[in-house]
Design a protein around this ligand. Structure first.
Ligand code: SF4
Length: 485
């Protein structure tokens, strides 16, 4: 999935701040800090966040952005990232908040791929053929809904327009229920070198409650061959706050996951928003763990993962110390894009497929979220873009500061001043005043050189970044986030 930046996770800590944090939580993450500062907000996989995109931005603007990319770099020296969205899933997970289509009719994939190829042709006509790609990601939905030959077809079509760099990160989200070791071997022959397993929880009761049944053995039987096949980084996703989860059951899931030893782990808070996401209406409120239990799950998992050798990267993400993501964090080379944390510097992102979001030449664009709309545009020979956003100088300045907070945990005021021609203390006078409370609480250090996130601050890094978000500075926006609770 692309983590659309507006998805506000319903943070259990913020929603019920008075609840106690059980002792297993890391020492620096105190109840008082959480009570005061942990508020729900954007995940900052982009800035501005996707809710800012407007329908005044359409196919012609997206075409102009692609033309600008081509004109700025005619020698094609700069590699781009590519995201491919495959929307289909065979079964509905009740917690789902993604853009997907549930179907058992696999023949629908062929029609989709026909249109994906048309889109690829339109993009290639704008940016030229042969542009290098350093990062290619297949998300969904479930990309592994595609049959082996269909994935082969998509990769051939992509290679017809782009040149995958030899060291490109080529990743795919894997639904363990749809793959075998043989399929993983096939993916390797296509060039995939990273996998992301959707796990969420190993407890049988929880799996039934969310309608996603996949045993520990099933996942284990894929992880071992994945390693032997030479996948360089294996990620697994977990969710806490799901129905019928308890601190004890989730601790078991964490222990089982630690035993499987994926290189990276993402652990998200479940946001129960049944009015917004229809599948979630099948989850009974009474089955949801109460806030103190959610807090215990988070605290216990943070402590268990770190004592088991995982480094905390920030914002729900963990990695083994020898994984490239952990190395990048230590060396201050971390970046953030629509897939979350990344080792790659900021690249233009070409998005393909229904609902995908791209970012090209300072502009964001999003494709139609419906298949009929997506198909119709492509059949008419136009890009299926329905909304977007052209960034301003202020957006670019704030984006740099927000990403520096989220990724490096540090903002160098002088460098920002030099790059943007501003006086930091003047431009961000309101923000710096607001940060005083966080500085007093030990989340940030404010120095003559700039701002530094403390170890405690890393657990609340989103709240620190939110201070610099100009678009959030209206009471109306804040109220909307609060409603998530
Ligand atoms: S696999 Fe489940 S959670 Fe993922 S997109 Fe499909 S229905 Fe949603």
């Amino acid at each position: 999935m692309q983590h659309h930046a507006m998805e506000a996770t319903a943070c259990p800590l913020a929603s019920h701040p008075a609840a106690p944090v059980r002792p297993a939580a890391p020492a620096e993450l105190t109840e008082a800090l959480l009570r005061q500062f942990d508020t729900p907000g954007p995940r900052y996989t982009s800035y501005p966040t996707a809710d800012r995109f407007g329908s005044a931005f359409g196919p012609d603007d997206a075409s102009a952005a692609l033309d600008a990319l081509a004109a700025a770099d005619p020698a094609m020296a700069q590699p781009v990232s590519v995201y491919v969205h495959i929307p289909f899933c065979e079964q509905l997970c009740y917690y789902c908040a993604c853009n997907k289509i549930i179907t058992k009719h696999h023949e629908r994939a062929a029609e989709y791929l026909d249109h994906l190829e048309i889109e690829l042709g339109l993009v290639g006509a704008r940016i030229g053929h042969g542009r290098p790609v350093s990062q290619l990601h297949f998300g969904g939905g479930s990309p592994t809904f595609l049959l082996d030959e269909e994935l082969t077809r998509v990769m051939a079509a992509l290679r017809g327009v782009f040149t995958l760099q030899p060291d490109a990160e080529v990743s795919i989200e894997v639904d363990p229920r749809t793959v075998t070791a043989e399929r993983l071997a096939h993916f390797r022959t296509l060039g995939f070198n990273r996998l992301s397993f959707g796990v969420q929880d190993f407890d049988a009761d929880v799996q039934q409650a969310v309608h996603r049944v996949q045993s520990l053995d099933m996942v284990r039987s894929l992880m071992a061959p994945a390693r032997e096949l030479g996948y360089v980084s294996i990620n697994a996703d977990l969710i806490y706050g799901l129905p019928r989860q308890t601190p004890e059951s989730f601790a078991r899931t964490i222990a089982q996951m630690v035993e499987l030893r994926p290189d990276r782990l993402a652990m998200y808070a479940y946001a129960h928003l049944p009015t917004r996401f229809k599948p979630q209406r099948r989850i009974h409120d009474a089955d949801l763990p109460p806030p103190p239990d959610r807090i215990a799950m988070l605290g216990g998992a943070l402590a268990a993962l770190q004592t088991s050798g995982y480094d905390y990267i920030g914002m729900d993400h963990f990695a083994l110390p020898d994984d490239a993501l952990a190395e990048a964090k230590r060396e201050g080379r971390l970046h953030r894009n629509f897939q979350g944390y990344s080792t790659q510097s900021d690249r233009d992102l070409v998005a393909l497929g229904v609902s995908s979001i791209g970012q090209v030449a300072g502009r964001f664009y999003q494709n139609d979220k419906t298949l009929p709309g997506y198909y119709e545009a492509l059949q008419a020979g136009r890009l299926p873009v329905v909304r977007g956003y052209a960034t301003t100088a202020d957006d670019r300045l704030r984006r740099e500061v927000i990403m520096a907070v989220m990724c490096q945990g540090r903002v160098d005021c002088k460098a920002v001043e030099a790059r943007h021609g501003i006086r930091f203390a003047e431009t961000f006078a309101t923000e710096l005043a607001e940060l005083q409370a966080m500085a007093g609480a030990g989340l940030v250090r404010l120095t003559a050189e700039g701002l530094e996130v403390t170890p405690a601050g890393w657990y609340l890094v989103r709240a620190i970044a939110m201070v610099f978000d100009r678009h959030l500075r209206t009471s109306q926006d804040r109220a909307r986030f609060s409603k998530v609770l």
